[in-house]
Design a protein around this ligand. Structure first.
Ligand code: ZN
Length: 414
């Protein structure tokens, strides 16, 4: 379900209904990929999966039909409160941040290379889903982009001007949305100046997308959800998480700090990273986190956690995955096990932490809801004073993050 906060509410809801019925006659709002049955919402920013999380996405949208000379952008925000604040307002002019020139046809002119982020992306003759499909491009293909407008990118395909939905492209080497909008909004909200563009040569996209889920969040959510698709066994949506016995650091802060380091390292190696959360103040159930990863185009989901026990002497790294008999995704067991083992081994090699191996369990909602190979990493024990102290240090977080990245490398090298 997509909430709308603009004057087009009725029309957009209709579009959503049409789309659910398998129709694609509603230009610029929804495009159904009939090839694989995947449903996506168009017109939003590339690589941003928050909008696809089935109810928490919100869009603040201005008018700005092509031809009115105004480039408008949609803002994807994490909660309804902030979405309302952005209702219908242009929060910032991304074109000035992006050094682009807004032309009278509504397109911001650019000259850059973008990479396709999913398979079977339709390349159309015109800017709208009613136009003919010229060809389909696949994940990792790169094309020249000459402009973008609300939701659409204008590209050159064999010297022909064509259009793709911006959500399926990403600037070569970038980790965020293709037109930089989300990062500029977030800087704006933080009262910061517009971010400087990186001038470092970016690593070439290696064609692999990794979903990273930093465990927990500021507040636990004791509401219940099924432990797996169709299950009658219920479990809390998000548990509170642990706390450093010596440092007092909450697990949700530690996991996010390490997650950001993993993201940076993976991007340096050419991966594209989808962060399930980038702030602590979210409300994302474990099932929802898995669903976000499922829809992100990621090849694997890596969940980052830290362990706690009543026994303060227990220490070391372990990871979890499903059993081969898991009723929801047992077919992913061998891949998940391999990923788990390689990540655990690599963390221990990097940090010297005790290797506690891979545990197989079918009681974890986020594992059970995952449709891609998944590992749940417990970096170390926050209930062990020594390990708690180490994990709080930037240097150890770098080692752990590097270990996770090495494990991911090793998984794909197999
Ligand atoms: Zn945890």
């Amino acid at each position: 379900m997509i909430k709308e906060f603009c004057g087009r509410r009725a029309g957009l809801l209709l579009c959503a209904c049409l789309a659910m019925a398998g129709l694609s006659g509603c230009a610029a709002y929804k495009e159904i990929d009939l090839t694989n049955g995947q449903e996506t919402v168009s017109g939003r920013e590339a690589g941003d999966i928050k909008r696809q999380n089935g109810g928490e996405a919100a869009q603040g949208e201005s008018a700005g039909a092509p031809g009115d000379g105004i480039v408008t952008h949609s803002v994807t925000l994490e909660d309804e409160r902030s979405a309302m604040a952005a209702d219908g307002e242009a929060v910032a002019d991304v074109s000035s941040l992006d050094s682009g020139i807004t032309m009278a046809n509504g397109f911001t002119e650019v000259d850059e290379t973008v990479v396709i982020t999913q398979d079977l992306v339709n390349v159309r003759a015109g800017c709208g889903t009613e136009y003919e499909v010229v060809t389909q491009l696949n994940r990792g293909d790169s094309v020249k982009r000459t402009g973008y407008s609300d939701g659409w990118s204008r590209i050159l395909y064999k010297d022909r001007t064509c259009y793709v939905l911006s959500e399926f492209v990403m600037k070569a080497g970038a980790s965020g949305p293709a037109d930089g909008w989300a990062e500029s909004v977030s800087a704006f909200e933080n009262g910061e100046a517009a971010p400087a563009r990186s001038i470092e040569a970016p690593a070439a996209f290696n064609g692999r997308i990794i979903a990273i889920d930093a465990g927990h969040q500021t507040k636990a959510n004791p509401e219940k959800e099924p432990i797996g698709p169709g299950s009658s066994t219920m479990k809390a949506k998000v548990e509170a998480g642990g706390e450093g016995v010596s440092t007092g650091i909450p697990e949700y802060k530690l996991t996010l700090a390490v997650a950001f380091k993993v993201k940076r390292i993976l991007e340096e190696r050419g991966y594209q990273v989808v962060m399930i959360r980038e702030s602590n103040d979210v409300n994302l159930s474990n099932a929802k986190r898995a669903e976000m990863a499922n829809r992100s185009g990621a090849s694997v989901l890596v969940r980052i956690h830290a362990n706690s026990l009543d026994n303060a002497t227990v220490h070391g790294t372990l990871s979890m995955c499903q059993t081969a008999n898991n009723p929801y995704n047992g077919d992913l067991h061998s891949q998940s096990y391999s990923l788990s083992k390689k990540v655990t081994d690599s963390i221990c090699a990097a940090t010297g932490f005790k290797n506690r191996g891979v545990q197989e369990t079918d009681t974890m909602s986020c594992i059970n809801w995952s449709e891609i190979p998944v590992t749940h990493v417990e970096m170390g024990f926050m209930s062990n004073p020594e390990e708690d102290q180490k994990m709080a240090q930037d240097e150890y977080q770098e080692l752990i993050a590097g270990g996770i990245a090495n494990g991911i490398d090793a998984y794909f090298a197999e």
